[in-house]
Ligand binder design. Structure first.
Ligand code: OOB
Length: 532
C-alpha cells in the first residue's frame, strides 16, 4: 500500500528499520525521557519537550474538532518558528498529512500544492519577510480552511482540551514533501512514519547528536535537509534543542550560535561561503560549534577546505534528496573523503547503482565500470517507490524494479562514498534551491510576446549556478528582459525561480539542433552558456 513490495517491506521490518512507531508516539516517548529539557527555541519562545508535547496534543484535538480527519492533507507554509514543530506534530497526532510548502512559495505554487494534494486546509502565518502570507493563503484556499498562526482562531485551536485520538498507520503516508522537480511542476513525495523515522534515527547517530547538542535550523525548516538531515527531527529524537533562525545570514546565525551554544547546523554551499567570510571579522564566540553540515548542492574542495579552519568546527558533507537517499561523510572518515566526496548512504540496505549516463532510461543492469561516472539510481528502506498521484511520471522516474532515477551524475569510490560530478536532469541547482527548467519555460511562454523559451544553468561563482532564459519572441513582439522577469514574478512564483538572466534572441543560438527535443536544445545552450 505504501509502494514497497510486501516482501521488501517485510525485510525492512525484520531488519529493525521500520519499527511501527508514529511521529506522535515518538513525541510521547521523548516527553517521557526529556520532559524538562529544551526542545525548541524561537525568537520569543522556549519550549521544553513537555510543553511541545502538550501543545501538539491540544492542536491535534483542535484540528480534529475543526473538521480535519485522518488522512486529510493540510498544506503547511510556516517559517522557522517554534509553531512549526507544534503544528506538524499536532497534525500527525490528528492523523492528518502535512504538505510542506516553503515560505518562498507564492500563489501559483501554493495553488498547485493544494490542488495536487486535494488539501482540506492551509496553515500559515500573517506577514513574513514583507509578504502577506495570510492574504495569499485565503485567496488560494477558496472554501478551504485557513489557520493563521498568531490569529485568535489559531489561539483557540491551540487551546483545545486534549483528547485521545486513534493512532495513524505507521506504514501509511505521514507527510508530502516537495520534489525539486525537472518537469512542469513540483511533484509530491509521500513519506511514511516508518521510513522517515528510520532516516531520522540514523541521521542523528551519524551526525553525533546527543541530548546536550543544540541544532541551529538556519535553512527553511520544512525542507528535508534542516528537517531531518539530521535537522530538527534528528535533534528532537536525540533529546537535543532546536534553535529556529529567522534568517540564515551570518549575523543572525552567529548571534544565535553564541547566545544558545549551538553545536551543529546545516547550510548550503553559498551560505557556508558567506559564514566563512563573515567569521574572519566577527566578534561573536563561535567556539560551541562542533559540526557544520554542508549540502543541497556541490561543495567544492576549495570551500570544503576553508570551512573547518574558518569556523573552528568539523565539516560533514551531505548529499540527499527529498525522495529518500541521504549520504553523509562520517565524522571519523579520513580527510580526503570528507573534503572530496559527498558521503556514503545512511543504510547498509541503500542500494546504489551507477549506470549509463547517456541513456535517460538506463536500467539497474546498465552499470558503468567501477569508478567511472554514471547516473545514480537508488532504492532502499527510506526511498520512495513513486510520487503521489503521478502514475504517468512514475513510469520514467523509477525503473521497473523500483529504483529511483535521481538524475545525478556520480562516481563511486571503493569505500562506497559518492562524488557528485554533475546532473543529467533538466534542473538548475541555484545554491541548493532547485528550479525545474520546464516550469520556468511554461511561465515565460504564457507571455503573449514569447514564441519559445529554454531555461538553462549558467555557472556562478557564488551560487554555483544561476538560471538563464533564452527567449525567442513571437512575430513582431519585442519583450525586454526586465519585462519578462517582471512577468514571471507576477505569475506568483518563488523569487528564486525568476530567471537571473534573460537573453532575447532571434532564434536559438545553436545550430544543428532541431526544436523537437528541448533536452538537446538545453544541452547545447548549457554548453554555450558555460563559454560565456
Ligand atoms: C536536498 O534535497 P532536494 O530534494 O532539495 O534536492 C535533491 C538534489 C539531489 O538530487 C542533487 O541533485 C542535489 O539536490 N544535491 C546535491 C547535494 N545535495 C543535494 N548535489 C551535489 N552535492 C550535494 N551535497 O537538497 C537535500 C536533502 C537532504 C539532505 C541534504 C540535501
Amino acid at each position: 500500500m505504501n509502494g514497497w513490495p510486501e516482501e521488501t517491506a517485510a525485510r525492512y521490518r525484520a531488519s529493525g528499520y521500520w519499527r511501527g512507531q508514529t511521529f506522535g508516539a515518538l513525541l510521547t516517548s521523548l516527553k517521557d525521557a526529556y520532559a524538562d529539557r529544551t526542545a525548541v527555541v524561537g525568537e520569543e519562545a522556549r519550549w521544553t519537550f513537555a510543553e511541545l508535547d502538550e501543545r501538539a496534543h491540544r492542536l491535534a484535538a483542535g484540528f480534529a474538532a475543526g473538521g480535519i480527519r485522518r488522512g486529510d492533507r493540510v498544506v503547511v507554509q510556516l517559517p522557522n518558528i517554534p509553531e512549526f514543530a507544534s503544528v506538524v506534530f499536532g497534525l500527525w497526532r490528528a492523523g492528518a498529512v502535512p504538505v510542506f510548502a516553503l515560505p518562498a512559495h507564492r500563489d501559483s505554487e501554493l495553488r498547485h500544492f493544494v490542488e495536487q494534494s486535494e488539501a482540506k486546509a492551509i496553515i500559515t502565518v500573517g506577514e513574513h519577510a514583507g509578504h502577506d502570507h495570510a492574504k495569499m493563503a485565503r485567496e488560494v484556499a477558496q472554501d478551504r480552511k485557513v489557520f493563521v498562526v498568531g490569529e485568535p482562531e489559531f489561539g483557540e485551536l491551540a487551546d483545545t482540551e486534549p483528547q485521545e485520538l486513534p493512532e495513524p498507520d505507521p506504514e501509511g503516508i505521514a507527510f508530502l514533501q516537495l520534489s525539486g522537480g525537472s518537469t512542469g511542476l513540483p511533484k509530491l513525495i509521500p513519506r511514511t512514519h516508518d521510513d522517515y523515522l528510520y532516516s531520522v534515527r540514523e541521521s542523528a547517530r551519524i551526525c553525533g547528536l546527543r541530548k546536550e547538542s543544540v541544532y541551529l535550523a538556519a535553512l527553511p525548516v520544512a525542507h528535508n535537509f534542516p528537517l531531518s538531515s539530521p535537522g530538527m527531527l534528528g535533534a528532537l529524537h536525540a533529546g537535543a534543542a532546536t534553535v529556529m533562525a529567522p534568517r540564515p545570514d551570518a549575523d543572525t546565525a552567529f548571534r544565535l550560535i553564541e547566545a544558545e551554544g549551538v553545536t551543529i547546523s546545516g547550510v548550503v554551499p553559498p551560505l557556508a561561503a558567506a559564514w566563512v567570510q563573515a567569521a574572519a571579522r566577527t566578534g561573536r564566540d563561535l567556539s560551541s560549534l562542533d559540526v557544520l553540515l554542508v549540502g543541497g548542492a556541490k561543495c567544492g574542495r576549495e570551500l570544503a577546505e576553508r570551512i573547518g579552519p574558518a569556523l573552528g568546527c568539523r565539516l560533514q558533507q551531505v548529499f540527499g534528496m527529498a525522495e529518500g537517499l541521504v549520504c553523509y561523510t562520517r565524522l571519523d572518515d579520513p580527510e580526503d573523503l570528507v573534503l572530496g566526496t559527498q558521503g556514503r548512504p545512511i543504510s547498509p540496505d541503500d542500494e546504489v547503482r551507477v549506470v549509463n549516463p547517456d541513456d535517460p532510461l538506463a536500467t539497474s543492469d546498465d552499470l558503468v565500470e567501477p569508478g567511472e561516472i554514471g547516473a545514480l539510481l537508488t532504492r532502499g528502506p527510506y526511498t520512495i517507490r513513486g510520487y503521489y498521484n503521478a502514475a504517468e511520471h512514475n513510469k520514467t522516474a523509477f525503473t521497473e524494479d523500483g529504483f529511483y532515477r535521481t538524475g545525478d551524475l556520480v562516481r563511486q569510490r571503493e569505500s562506497g562514498h559518492l562524488e557528485v560530478v554533475g546532473r543529467a536532469k533538466e534542473q538548475i541547482n541555484r545554491g541548493g534551491e532547485k528550479v525545474a527548467a520546464e516550469e520556468v519555460e511554461n511561465h515565460l511562454m504564457a507571455h503573449p510576446g514569447v514564441l519559445d523559451a529554454a531555461v538553462v544553468a549558467v555557472p556562478d561563482e557564488y551560487l554555483g549556478e544561476r538560471t538563464c532564459a533564452y527567449v525567442v519572441p513571437a512575430d513582431g513582439a519585442q519583450p525586454t528582459a526586465a519585462e519578462l522577469r517582471r512577468f514571471v514574478r507576477g505569475r506568483g512564483v518563488a523569487a528564486f525561480k525568476v530567471p537571473d538572466l534573460v537573453e532575447v534572441v532571434g532564434e536559438f543560438p545553436v545550430t544543428g539542433v532541431g526544436k523537437t527535443s528541448k533536452r538537446e536544445l538545453r544541452a547545447a545552450l548549457t554548453a554555450l552558456a558555460k563559454e560565456r
